[in-house]
Design a protein around this ligand. Structure first.
Ligand code: UD1
Ligand code: CA
Length: 457
């Protein structure tokens, strides 16, 4: 039986340095809120229940977490009296009784699930508390981890640290795993008799030690515990997240020709043996099947790309796009809410929206679905093995049957039955010799203008 685990996410910070109208923890990394990343990582590490601590009513923050973790409760910490006080705001959740409790910060989205799993494993091996530490290049401002014989005996906050302690570079990253059984009693023993007059969560270490319990620290990368206070730090965190994801993609069998130019979303799902050329940006909701090739300079969002499909260069796939196996979407094409069945080709300069295109149908250059009449959207349905001549406008709602053949430059306003030929454009007019007459007339006009200009001088 897996151990029950409550994750408590502290998100009561004001985040004023973001200079933003929205809560700090809602700012996004790879298209997902920071607090969403934290909640997801906790769940991946086996958290079964989430408690979110907020500073004031924050329905948007709650909604962001609920999207990831449905078993979430929200707790108000109306006065900001310290991290120990913040955790106790979630007292009701703690009192439900969990084997493990993991405390996380909502503005620290890079913590790895492996780190949380390691911290929980330390509890399983008999420790009462496990603190996630890191080596700080500059430890100023962090709580220092004081260790002896492999045990942690205290966390000293900057304000209380002696000069000798200030030289310690092993610091508290903020993540703490606590055995649930005694957690509430220990948390309630935290006082505020310190330089800041705050309830320090970090005092839990000494409280546990006084009771003769074991406390240990593990080390994580400094990257993992980076907190975000400004948009500069947000961008730094995004960069680290993207680097990690690129690395993971390549190790899982995806070729990235210029990894530093590929931007993934938090949920981009790519099968092995996909090749991605330089300068591709993924929005949320993309999955790509094996053998597909994404050529350079594409923007792809909310799209399912089938095995062996090719996309781009310079293609834009918008939400609701589904490309079946071996579909080709070429340069300067845009698709939205469009299903292209196996082997369909959309090679150049097209817009296909609110449409379905049948197997092996070829859509010529410049073809446009006119899906919007200024008020409503309408659908275009094209059957299998059809040929849509270049520069066709399909005025929706419209259906083109299987095997139909459409003459180039058509503006189709009526349905075309299967296997029919449809041409909907002005007839060609030819006037013998008239081209030469026009050219001669133009040359004469130009000469007269030049003669007049030199006479004027
Ligand atoms: C805290 C740790 C410190 C650690 C550092 C890592 C304590 C006492 N100190 O210090 O050891 O090295 O984080 O970054 O825990 N929060 C609330 N309510 C409060 C106070 C804080 O929700 O009343 C939340 C904040 O929004 C933030 C987190 O807790 O997400 C940390 O608070 P912060 O004030 O930044 O703690 P530090 O002083 O940096
Ligand atoms: Ca801080």
């Amino acid at each position: 039986m897996p151990r029950t685990c409550l994750s408590i996410i502290l998100a009561a910070g004001e985040g004023t340095r973001m200079k933003s109208g929205k809560a700090k923890v809602l700012h996004e990394v790879a298209g997902l809120s920071m607090v969403g990343h934290v909640a997801r990582t906790a769940m991946e590490a086996g958290s079964t229940r989430t408690a979110l601590v907020v500073g004031r009513e924050a329905p948007a923050v709650e909604a962001a977490v609920r999207k990831i973790a449905d078993d979430v409760s929200v707790h108000l910490q109306s006065e900001r009296l310290g991290t120990g006080h913040a955790v106790l705001a979630a007292k009701d959740a703690i009192a439900e009784g969990f084997e493990d409790i993991v405390v996380l910060f909502g503005d620290t989205p890079l913590v790895r699930k492996e780190t949380l799993t390691r911290a929980r494993a330390v509890l399983l091996s008999g420790a009462e508390i496990c603190v996630v530490g890191f080596r700080a290049a500059d430890p100023t401002g962090y709580g220092r981890l004081l260790e002896r014989d492999g045990e942690l005996f205290a966390i000293r906050e900057e304000k209380e640290a002696s000069d000798a302690e200030k030289h310690i570079d092993f610091c508290n990253g903020g993540v703490m795993a606590i055995r649930g059984e005694n957690a509430l009693a220990m948390l309630e023993a935290i006082g505020n008799a310190n330089a800041k007059g705050e309830y320090y969560l970090t005092d839990l270490v000494e409280i546990a030690r006084r009771e003769g319990r074991s406390v240990r620290a593990i080390e994580a990368d400094a990257d993992e515990v980076l907190g975000v206070n400004t948009r500069v730090e947000l961008a730094a965190v995004e960069t680290i997240w993207q680097d990690r994801r690129r690395h993971q993609a390549m190790l899982s069998g995806v070729t990235l020709q210029a990894p530093e130019t590929i931007f993934f979303a938090h949920d981009t799902d790519i099968a092995p043996d996909v090749t991605i050329e330089p300068n591709v940006v993924f929005g949320p909701g993309v999955s790509i099947g094996s053998g597909a090739v994404i050529h350079a300079f594409c923007h792809i969002e909310g799209a399912v790309i089938g095995e062996g499909a090719t996309v781009g260069p310079f293609a834009r796939l918008r939400p609701g796009t589904e490309l079946a196996e071996d579909v080709k979407v070429g340069n300067f094409c845009e698709t939205k809410n469009a299903v292209l069945r196996r082997g369909a080709k959309l090679n150049h300069l097209s817009y296909i929206g609110d449409a379905s295109i049948g197997e092996n149908t070829n859509v010529g250059a410049g073809t446009i679905t006119c899906n919007y009449d200024g008020a409503l959207k309408h659908r275009t349905e094209i059957g299998a093995n059809a040929f849509i001549g270049s520069n066709t406008a399909l005025v929706a709602p419209i259906t083109v049957g299987a095997g139909a053949y459409i003459g180039s430059g058509s503006v189709l306003t009526e349905d075309v039955p299967a296997d029919a030929l449809a041409i909907a454009r002005g007839r060609q007019v030819v006037k013998e010799g008239r081209g030469r007459e026009i050219a001669e007339r133009n040359r004469a006009a130009k000469a007269a203008k030049a003669a007049k200009a030199s006479g004027d001088h």
